[in-house]
Design a binder for this molecule. Structure first.
Ligand SMILES: [Zn+2]
Length: 214
């Protein structure tokens, strides 16, 4: 899943209006922030295999540290503790977002999502159908956007346009992910993964700073 994770980050703004959207995105996407780093250092493996599922050209050979349920619970506790600074409701939201990544990926991936490193792998395989994936993920994203837009208002033109552009760019990136050509190499996957994460998080931080919680 891709924009579904961002959808939950957007929706969470309503629960913790004082927390930057960038932090909420980072929590919902933590698994996919760690993944390209772990690929780069050789801790995890992916194979480019067009047709692996209808939706993605990736064969997720091994990603127990970024994408197992057990490790995401650990990352959720660590990231929640760091991000919350003893505000317990913030901790609860951040922890839930981090673990939600596993739940959403469990729905979309074929059975390649480990419960724990070396443990059984599960997945419902929504990605075997592009229409079914879009039918789940796009409404989820629109619902997240709607909740965020109702929970905040633009303070200035930047708050309006930078956020609108970010929301549109996320959607276009998502479409490009399955409609575009497969990446040329695994090196390209982790470079684009790390660079894309930095850009989207910085952009979310900037746009969100120009909006006020209602
Ligand atoms: Zn993921």
């Amino acid at each position: 899943m891709f924009i579904g994770h961002f959808a939950l980050g957007l929706a969470a703004k309503r629960a913790v209006p004082g927390v930057s959207l960038a932090l909420l995105f980072a929590a919902a996407q933590l698994a996919d922030l760690l993944w390209p780093i772990f690929l780069a250092i050789g801790l995890e493996q992916v194979r480019i295999d067009p047709g692996n599922t209808a939706f993605t050209p990736f064969d997720f050979v091994r990603y127990p540290y970024s994408h197992s349920l057990a490790l995401l619970i650990v990352w959720g506790l660590v990231f929640g503790w760091i991000a919350a600074a003893r505000r317990w409701h913030v901790f609860a939201v951040v922890f839930t977002l981090v673990v939600s990544h596993w739940v959403l990926d469990y729905v979309t991936h074929r059975p390649d999502m480990p419960l724990y490193p070396g443990g059984p792998k599960v997945g419902l395989g929504l990605w075997n159908s592009v229409p079914a994936t879009l039918a789940v993920e796009v409404p989820l994203y629109l619902a997240g956007l709607w909740i965020y837009l109702r929970a905040t208002r633009p303070r200035d033109a930047i708050g309006r346009w930078s956020f609108g552009l970010l929301a549109a760019t996320l959607l276009l990136t998502y479409v490009g992910n399955f409609a575009g050509p497969p990446p040329p190499s695994v090196t390209a996957v982790w470079i684009v993964g790390i660079a894309g994460s930095v850009i989207f998080l910085a952009w979310a931080w900037w746009a969100d700073r120009h909006r006020d919680a209602i």
